[in-house]
Ligand binder design. Structure first.
Ligand code: NAD
Length: 360
């Protein structure tokens, strides 16, 4: 298969972890005989320095032509007091919008070697393996009317949680398709006992479910879901929910796994002409200026994002499983960065990348 991938290393540790993720991607492509075509672009602080814009037109064109985009992280302290449109983070919103990625996927799995760093008891968290699918471009973060009006006792603020049927259908279909490649279970999360918006959500999810008779569907109210995530995380396979509920639940899910440096994410849009799903893959963490340039950032979130790319954009499940398995082997071997190793000599970012390649 030909894999056309745009690399956007970004700022700070983004460049360091991306280098290792690319090392792993090259290794997998070689080992499984895929053609790998990489392009590289500017995003974030480095893009502002070189072009004046956090999301230059040239990067937008490269992203449009690539099947998938692998991103590091953006953000430089020198821009902390700049207006929002002139900050590196504006590049992130720009590329998400340009790619039309409407679903954010956060795989949450626990690794045996890290189980003690989870805040939950081992027996609760062991074996957790789920994906939270969050609708990314609709809901209360975008709905209108919105704003603040009035003054004094009359001052009021309004936000609107709005969804159209097609917006719910496409993200629900994606969740069901993902479930088909996994344990065939979808949990839809809403607040349909209170919100009309959630009643539409549930109605549409039920309709879409008819297209996937091989997948089991259940529904949870968001408050109960928040509770079940910590009481019984193993019960979940694919969780699908609207934007704000997903924002909150995916962070709750994230802490199950241990270090922030471990967490991959994927944002997915429509299918490209090539048949691949347009996707933006990035670790959950930021540019970590406090450890940038020291070769000590954990690259596993970025490497896990490569596994997600192979699976979701290209449907290469065997290759994705090889990367995930290799990460597990490396974790078990103790060749891990300082964030996962409170005592003893930690491995460098580069050593972890090399170790993952060896394990593959
Ligand atoms: P951060 O995720 O960069 O760092 C938080 C803490 O976690 C730091 O102590 C850091 O050293 C540690 N950490 C993060 N990733 C790590 C890794 N891979 N290995 C080891 N330790 C790791 O969050 P922050 O400090 O709030 O933000 C720093 C900058 O990153 C800001 O400019 C922020 O806007 C930006 N940011 C960007 C993204 C993104 O590009 N997607 C996401 C979050 C924050």
């Amino acid at each position: 298969m030909d894999l056309n991938v745009l690399i956007l290393p970004g700022d700070g540790i983004g460049t360091e972890v991306t280098r290792e993720a690319v090392r792993v991607l090259r290794h997998v492509a070689g080992k499984f005989n895929h053609g790998l075509h990489l392009s590289e672009g500017l995003l974030g602080g480095i893009a502002i320095h070189r072009t004046g814009s956090p999301f230059p037109g040239e990067t937008a064109a490269l992203a449009a032509n690539a099947d998938a985009t692998l991103m590091g992280a953006v953000g430089l302290p020198e821009f902390d007091s700049a207006p929002p449109s002139k900050r590196p983070e504006a590049g992130l919103l720009g590329i998400r919008k340009a790619l039309g990625v409407f679903a954010n996927l956060r795989p949450v799995r626990t690794y045996k070697a890290l189980i003690d760093s989870s805040p939950l008891k081992n027996h609760l968290v062991e074996g957790t393996d789920m994906i939270i699918v969050r609708e990314l471009t609709g809901g209360i973060y975008y709905g209108t009317p919105r704003g603040v009006s009035g003054e004094g006792a009359e001052e009021r603020a309004v936000n609107t949680m709005a969804y159209t049927r097609p917006e719910i259908e496409r993200v629900t279909r994606m969740a069901f398709q993902l479930a088909r490649g996994r344990r065939k279970k979808v949990t839809s999360v809403d607040k349909s006992n209170v919100l009309e918006n959630s009643q539409l959500w549930r109605k549409v999810v039920l309709e879409v479910a008819h297209e996937f008779p091989d997948v089991v569907l259940d529904h949870l109210l968001v408050d109960n879901c928040a509770m079940q995530l910590v009481l019984n995380p193993r019960r979940f396979d694919v969780v699908v929910t609207e934007n704000m509920f997903g924002d909150i639940l995916s962070d709750e899910g994230a802490v199950l796994a241990g270090s922030i440096g471990m967490l991959p994410s994927a944002s997915i849009g429509n299918r490209k002409e090539s048949g691949a799903w347009a996707g933006l893959y990035e670790p959950v963490h930021g540019s970590a200026p406090d450890i940038a340039g020291q070769n000590k950032a954990n690259p596993l979130g970025a490497i896990g994002s490569v596994a997600a790319m192979l699976e979701y954009s290209f449907g290469l499940t065997e290759e994705a499983a090889a990367v995930n398995k290799a990460m597990e082997i490396v974790l078990d071997s103790g060749r891990v960065t300082a964030d996962l190793k409170p005592s003893g000599t930690p491995a460098t970012t580069e050593q972890v990348g090399q170790a993952v390649c060896e394990a593959i």
